[in-house]
Design a protein around this ligand. Structure first.
Ligand SMILES: Nc1nc2c(ncn2[C@@H]2O[C@H](COP(=O)(O)OP(=O)(O)OP(=O)(O)O)[C@@H](O)[C@H]2O)c(=O)[nH]1
Length: 649
């Protein structure tokens, strides 16, 4: 399990390269699940000469100057006491490498990964943003941290940023450890900083330390009342039981004479689950004199061993002990979190894979590949359209409804009574007779009456064609929206939809022609048998010598009307069955057979440029797919590595 911390280090670096560092991600981030140690400390304002400040302050009041002027005077006569956060980090590493200065120096989180290398190997540092550049001069590391901070936040603005800087230090002197240095909590903004900075820092610190996997290294100076320590205050907020807070007390050597930190270090003044660790870092004078870390650590050891108050605690005090304890603790925490991390990784892999399937495959680069991709997408669209017609998906049944209900109802609604009214029959029979009334039967009159009645069937026939056309159009729209791959390519989606509708329009025109032809055919040639089978007047006992003029009387005309109505009803019954057949043949069957045939012909003639434009994916989808692809790679490799480590337990 020795390589646990380096495994987590590796995953953290990969997370940062992907921008997966715990913020604004739709998916749970791997980063959040990885245990890490965040270093938190505050700053306290001290006056350099309080009497001077107060004399000016009262003067400012007497002159009725504004409070803001008083505050700026206050700041100009004050100095900040830092908790010693950077000093602790440097002691743990055993190197001078962090920027120093007044005010808020740490303005971006610094993820510091310490890798213990083999004895005798050269120490070096590496930044994630400068891959393959090895820093052996740690002063250059400090400069790069400063410059990289400025690159993100702007040199003059003194703003802060949540984007971390990743620094790895490889050295035989360090222990395997990951520490995140966060900006120091402050109470006031200094010149050039927005007032919001106080809250911004607090929010940034909180966003790191509130994660249950974060171990909080809370740094407080011993020469300040612990009740006012910002580090302890914010840690208590997110970790009220103190289970993941490790308290570090700095500046023990600077405590007032006659006071000591024993109550704190023994946990009586403020209890945490882990014992407090006291450290003595280099003073500013030591730093100015370039006292090196080795000497500083030796002096720290001597301090605890030789100070009577701390002698009994010496074996658990100092930076070296702190580093070892942190490394061991981090390893224990990582070990306990491995099952959780494994399950998060496999859950996330599943989620990413589902999302990638939903987004569809990326576009092929060559013309052949593009053509193939388009054909495949069209085929799946066509299959979905057919599925709707064949009842695999809903909607096709509405077409049967046209044939079974709408068409018969429309035929029924035809007003044959109007065509076959006594008046109309008389009119048409008389007109057809011309100058000479018919002798035996009004043949021409019959024909005209039948023709004028049958023509009205064209209306319902045409309406049935249109109704099926509109249903087929609906199914095309449905199939377009249900074809996942078409979602990916708005251009192709529009073209396929338009091509399918064009085909349906052509089929509708052909169907109309064929269906109306059926109706016209009925008017063009009457079924002779029907009339042959009609009983003649003589058969019915009529008087064959009946005057020809009697033949225009009402009962004679009514009989003609009845005969024609029964003929027309017979024709309607036939058309009721043949119209659907014609519609299905010309529209439904044809749509199933050749909906995109014209489009495929056009596609074959298209140039690569046009094919590319059809596959012009929505850039947002392209971006999302590539982001998810990278994330999937990260999670898969993390899964493989964690599994390997877990199995070797
Ligand atoms: N004598 C003494 N001085 C210390 C100790 N720890 C820190 N200092 C000094 O206190 C000053 C501030 O220390 P830093 O480590 O820069 O403080 P910081 O909290 O990191 O400050 P920021 O980087 O602004 O967040 C420096 O001059 C240090 O030399 C200590 O234990 N003893």
């Amino acid at each position: 399990m020795d390589n646990l911390i380096s495994l987590v280090n590796k995953i953290q670096r990969a997370c940062t390269a992907l921008g997966d560092h715990g913020e604004s991600s739709a998916l749970p981030t791997l980063w959040d699940s990885l245990p890490a140690i965040a270093v938190v400390g505050g700053q306290v304002i001290f006056l350099s000469d309080p009497s001077l400040f107060f004399s000016r302050f009262s003067l400012s009041l007497s002159l009725s100057l504004s409070l803001s002027l008083s505050l700026s005077l206050f700041l100009s006569y004050s100095f900040f006491q830092s908790s010693g956060k950077s000093s602790v980090l440097e002691s743990v590493v055993g190197k001078d490498f962090l920027p120093r200065g007044s005010g808020i120096v740490t303005r971006r989180p610094l993820v510091l990964q310490l890798h213990k290398s083999d004895e005798g190997t050269r120490e070096y540092a590496e930044f994630l943003h400068l891959p393959r550049k090895r820093f052996t001069d740690f002063a250059a590391v400090r400069k790069e941290i400063q410059e990289e901070t400025d690159r993100e936040t702007g040199r003059s603005s003194k703003q802060i940023s949540t984007v971390p800087i990743h620094l790895s230090i490889y050295s035989p002197m360090v222990v395997n450890l990951t520490l995140i240095d966060l900006p120091g909590l402050t109470k006031v903004a200094v010149e050039g900083q927005p007032d919001s900075i106080v809250h911004d820092i607090e929010n940034m610190v909180r966003s790191y330390i509130e994660k249950p996997n974060c171990i909080i290294l809370a740094i407080s100076p011993a020469n300040q009342d612990i009740a006012t320590s910002d580090a302890i205050k914010i840690s208590r907020e997110v970790d009220p039981t103190g289970e993941r807070t490790i308290g570090v007390l700095t500046k023990i050597d600077l405590m007032d004479k006659g006071t000591d930190a024993v109550d704190m270090l023994e946990g009586r003044a403020y209890r945490l689950k882990f014992p407090w660790i006291g450290v003595v870092n280099r003073s500013q004078a030591d730093i100015n004199k370039n006292v090196d870390m080795i000497a500083a650590r030796r002096r720290e050891r001597e301090y605890f061993n030789s100070t009577p108050e701390y002698k009994h605690l010496a074996n658990r005090m100092g930076s070296e002990h702190l580093a070892k304890m942190l490394s061991k603790h981090l390893e224990t925490v990582i070990k306990s979190k491995i099952p959780g991390i494994q399950s998060l990784i496999s859950k996330t892999i599943n989620e990413i894979e589902t999302e990638l399937t939903r987004l569809g495959k990326p576009v092929a680069a060559d013309a052949g590949g593009k053509l193939y991709a388009i054909m495949e997408i069209c085929r799946s669209f066509d299959q979905i359209f057919k599925d709707h017609l064949d009842g695999v998906r809903p909607g096709g049944d509405k077409i049967y409804n046209v044939f079974d209900n709408q068409l018969p109802a429309a035929l029924k609604r035809l007003q044959f009574d109007k065509q076959l009214s006594m008046e109309n029959i008389r009119k048409l029979i008389t007109e057809a007779d011309g100058y000479q009334p018919h002798l035996i039967a009004p043949e021409q009159g019959y024909r005209r009456l039948i023709e004028s009645t049958l023509v009205t069937i064209r209306g319902p026939a045409e309406a049935a064609v249109d109704a099926v056309h509109s249903l087929l159009k609906d199914l095309v729209h449905k199939a377009v929206s249900e074809t996942l791959d078409l979602k990916q390519y708005p251009g192709l989606r529009a073209e396929v939809g338009a091509a399918a509708i064009d085909s349906l329009d052509r089929m509708r025109d052909e169907s109309k022609r064929a269906t109306l032809q059926l109706v016209d055919m009925e008017s063009g040639y009457l079924t002779v048998d029907f009339f042959r089978k009609l009983p003649q007047d003589v058969d019915k006992g009529g008087n064959p010598t009946h005057s020809i003029f009697d033949r225009y009387n009402d009962s004679y005309l009514r009989r003609i009307g009845t005969t024609i109505l029964s003929y027309v009803n017979m024709v309607c019954a036939t058309l009721r069955h043949s119209i659907p057949k014609s519609i299905v043949y010309c529209q439904v069957r044809e749509a199933k057979r050749s909906l995109l045939d014209h489009f495929f012909t056009d596609l074959g003639k298209m140039e690569t440029k046009r094919l590319s434009s059809l596959l012009n994916e929505d850039p947002a989808i392209m971006e999302r797919r590539s982001g998810l692809g990278k994330r999937l790679e990260l999670y898969r490799s993390a899964q493989a590595e964690i599994d390997a480590v877990a199995w070797s337990k």
